[in-house]
Design a protein around this ligand. Structure first.
Ligand SMILES: [Zn+2]
Length: 320
């Protein structure tokens, strides 16, 4: 929703406007109060940068009730401090690449109060992860029923005649997704919730690519807006964005998850990005233009801002 600092420097020739997807309420997190020093003195007294130290991918933590939980460790070159997050029932620590295992364990220990407090929320979040019974794609007007089977062999037969089918796998486990008529069949290791989420996301991305650009282009054409490319992307923090390049043409990118939204909200998102081709900001002129396309635009904009909270768990599930 704001022009970020890097692109605003080139505002006249090149600009980008983002429509935010997530707000911070979507997950709980704790920032460590201190920064990790990325540099150290080597044995000769030279200042060196510590990069990508080898640390465990998972650290076990024992709660006061004796239960053991996994804390997934993600190294990040950009992060300067440890951030502990609870995401969809999993604890994740994002840590600087330069942190040592000793410092990491010590840091995690220092936030035991926060972990203990959030342990019960995590259990609740994990319970809520169930395979959905149906998925609605409002732009198509179809509600797809979901069926599951552990018989992967059946999938190999069905996949030949189905209009859409693919395999996702992780180590030795695999799930085949086959769409036939208005049913999505999941075959194989359907108890592996990571694979279920991955398969449904892949399916959702294909639906997004199939439906969103055409829908957006039709709206642009009806309003006599000139737009360049429309791409469908897996954006973690935005519903969409509009960028103007040096040649003056505006390209639009849309989050595939928009395909799960009610049609009026998808329309609002597309109108929002299309209107940025005329106004690369959120000025009164921009809002007036949106209003001229849809008198309900203000209410719809609020609905769109809230919509990420109602996304199903599998749509924003990220493999840890
Ligand atoms: Zn915007």
């Amino acid at each position: 929703m704001q022009i970020d600092a890097t692109t605003s420097l080139f505002y006249i020739f090149s600009a980008t406007c983002h429509k935010n997807f997530y707000d911070l309420a979507n997950y709980d997190r704790l920032y460590m109060p201190f920064r990790i020093n990325r540099n150290y003195l080597d044995t000769t007294g030279k200042l060196r940068s510590m990069q990508n130290l080898s640390i465990p991918k998972i650290i076990k933590y024992t709660c006061p009730d004796g239960s053991e939980i996994n804390i997934h460790i993600k190294q990040s070159n950009r992060s300067k401090r440890v951030t502990l997050k609870l995401i969809q029932g999993e604890f994740v620590a994002v840590v600087p690449s330069s942190i040592t295992e000793f410092d990491l364990r010590r840091t995690i220990k220092s936030c035991s109060d926060w972990i203990d407090e959030h342990h019960f929320i995590a259990i609740q979040q994990l319970r809520e992860r169930e395979i959905p019974s149906e998925i609605a794609i409002p732009l198509e007007g179809i509600v797809y029923k979901i069926s599951t089977s552990t018989d992967l062999k059946q999938a190999y037969q069905d996949i030949r005649t189905a209009p859409l089918g693919f395999l996702v796998q992780n180590d030795a486990q695999r799930i085949a997704l086959v769409q036939k008529d208005n049913t999505i069949c999941l075959y194989g290791d359907v108890n592996n919730i990571h694979l279920v989420a991955q398969a449904l996301q892949d399916w959702g991305k294909r639906k997004g690519e199939e439906l969103l650009p055409e829908f957006c282009r039709t709206l642009a054409k009806n309003g006599n807006f000139i737009i360049g490319r429309i791409t469908v992307r897996d954006q973690r923090t935005r519903w969409g964005s509009c960028s103007r390049k040096g040649d003056g043409v505006c390209n639009i990118s849309l989050n595939w998850r928009a395909v799960l939204l009610p049609e009026p909200l998808v329309r609002q998102l597309c109108h929002h990005e299309i209107c940025h081709t005329m106004h690369m900001d959120h000025s009164p002129a921009f809002h007036a233009l949106m209003q001229s396309l849809d008198v309900d635009s203000e209410a719809l904009e609020c609905g769109l801002n809230d919509a990420s909270k109602n996304m199903p768990w599998w749509a924003h599930y990220s493999a840890i």
